[in-house]
Design a protein around this ligand. Structure first.
Ligand code: 4AD
Ligand code: MG
Length: 438
């Protein structure tokens, strides 16, 4: 029976143990060698002292049996005095992760090995913990988890970014054209009108040809949908969810966050602590445009009413103006998807985006148009085929009610939680325009 390094840190006591893991570093002194062994069970490694002075190349898989010695005067609280060491798998001399630190660009070319570095060990454990935190937030608050289809029949967002799917033999497999989902929202709405509160959490695909640090062709999205709810309820839900995930990650991942605070973003922990306490600010799109116009900043794209907020605008609002997460609400209807609820002014819709410093938009949501005639009119303005959406319109015909929801980009949330500035470094095997290696 092997003991996990996690367990050793949980119960540091003198005892006989067997530990299996991979050599992170190895230093041979005159008679002794010191091996830093990591088994992935926690962020921290175990110091192994080998009195026989064996030499083990970085990356080697080892099983070590011996005695735990408490070392209160040393940097690490305890070490393992090895009695026997078995090599489970040698690591060849050209192992690419020899150095202590590597740049992230190089590591992207080593996506199969990078989880063995400190940075990716921290990021991907936080990814796992944050996913769990999201499920527990929704489950504890009475939401039903719905698995919306990955093979979808429409373009929910109407942005023309759907990946078509077809069998390799070329013939159509389904009775209608299909693609990979860009959002589970429309299906989630149907379940919200039965269960009241639902969420989806799954992979999402967009053939978005923008080569930026925050767009991936495959990413994960969390989409709650709530019935008998309006836009302010939706915003409150988003804020409560973000705060709950932040707190959970801070509680479960202190070692990972301390590492990221030292090596990726100085002040990360203080920033997360502050956000976990503050109420999020909210401005309307119209106010946001006025703020941008008065900012005196030179933007590459002019901020003017009717034009989409660019990343530079979003970042100015969150980073410099509010210095915290901020909701922007009530966008012009021409900028948003067909399903958003028309406001009484006739020009804007009940939309909300949540923008955060360093990234820009992490959440996009809205109250949905529940009024059948208004929805049909909007669809016809956009030359949409009503027949394709007959089932969606039924939701307005049979007990339709006010409802709202949002989509949180899971990778964008992780960038925000870790300080990592490129989406390619928070998803294990990233797919971006022109790049689907591994
Ligand atoms: O704003 P979006 O397009 O909203 C929707 O899809 C709605 N149907 C959501 C809803 O109301 N249920 O996308 C939601 C979020 C964005 O705010 C962003 O965080 C993320 O999904 N996102 C991406 N993340 C990574 N790569 C991409 N290409 C992304 N596109 C959107
Ligand atoms: Mg959006």
């Amino acid at each position: 029976m092997t003991t996990s390094i996690f367990n050793l840190y949980e119960n540091p006591s003198e005892r006989e143990v067997t530990v299996s893991g991979w050599v992170r570093t190895s230093r041979a002194m005159k008679e002794l060698s010191f091996i830093e062994l990591n088994d992935g069970s926690c962020f921290r490694s175990l110091q192994v002292v080998d009195a026989s002075g064996g030499s083990y190349p970085v990356g080697t898989a080892l099983t070590v049996s011996g005695t735990i010695k408490l070392t209160p005067e040393a940097k690490q609280a305890f070490e393992l005095a090895a009695a026997s060491i078995t090599v489970d798998g040698e690591s060849a001399a050209d192992y690419p992760l020899q150095k202590k630190r590597h740049n992230v660009e190089t590591l992207r070319g080593l996506a199969h090995l990078r989880p063995r570095t400190n940075l990716f060990s921290a990021v991907f454990r936080i990814r796992s913990v944050a996913a769990f935190a999201i499920h527990s937030f929704f489950q504890e608050n009475g939401f039903v988890y719905v698995h919306t289809p990955i093979i979808s029949t429409g373009d929910a967002e109407g942005a023309g970014e759907v990946f078509r799917i077809a069998p390799v033999n070329g013939s159509e497999f389904f009775d209608v054209p299909t693609g990979l989902t860009v959002s589970g929202q429309l299906n989630a709405e149907s379940y919200a009108l039965a269960f009241g509160k639902v969420y989806t959490f799954g992979p999402t695909f967009r053939a978005e040809n923008s080569n930026t640090a925050r767009h991936a062709a495959e990413f994960w999205m969390i989409e709650p949908e709530i019935a008998f709810a309006e836009l302010p309820d939706d915003m409150r839900l988003a804020e409560n969810m973000l705060r709950s995930v932040l707190n959970y990650v801070m509680e479960k991942c202190p070692d990972e966050l301390t590492f990221l605070d030292s090596f990726v973003e100085k002040g990360l922990i203080a920033r997360l602590e502050a956000v976990a306490k503050a109420d999020f600010a909210a401005v309307t799109y119209t106010e946001a445009i006025a703020i941008l116009e008065k900012s005196g900043k030179k933007f590459a794209y002019e901020a003017k009413w009717g034009a989409d907020l660019q990343t530079e605008h979003e970042r100015y609002l969150a980073e410099e103006y509010v210095k915290d997460p901020v909701f922007v609400t009530d966008y012009p209807k021409s900028l948003k998807a067909f399903y958003m609820r028309s406001n009484d002014d006739g020009r804007t819709v009940a939309a909300m985006d949540c923008l955060v410093p360093g990234i820009g938009e992490i959440i996009g949501g809205s109250q949905r148009e529940e009024r059948l005639e208004l929805l049909r009119a909007r669809m016809s303005e956009l030359s949409m085929n009503e027949e394709e959406y007959a089932w969606y319109l039924d939701l307005r015909k049979y007990g339709g009610c006010k409802h709202a929801g949002f989509g949180l980009g899971f990778e964008r949330l992780l960038m925000y939680l870790t300080g990592v500035s490129n989406i390619r470094d928070v998803i294990p095997f990233p797919r971006t325009a022109g790049n689907a290696a591994f």
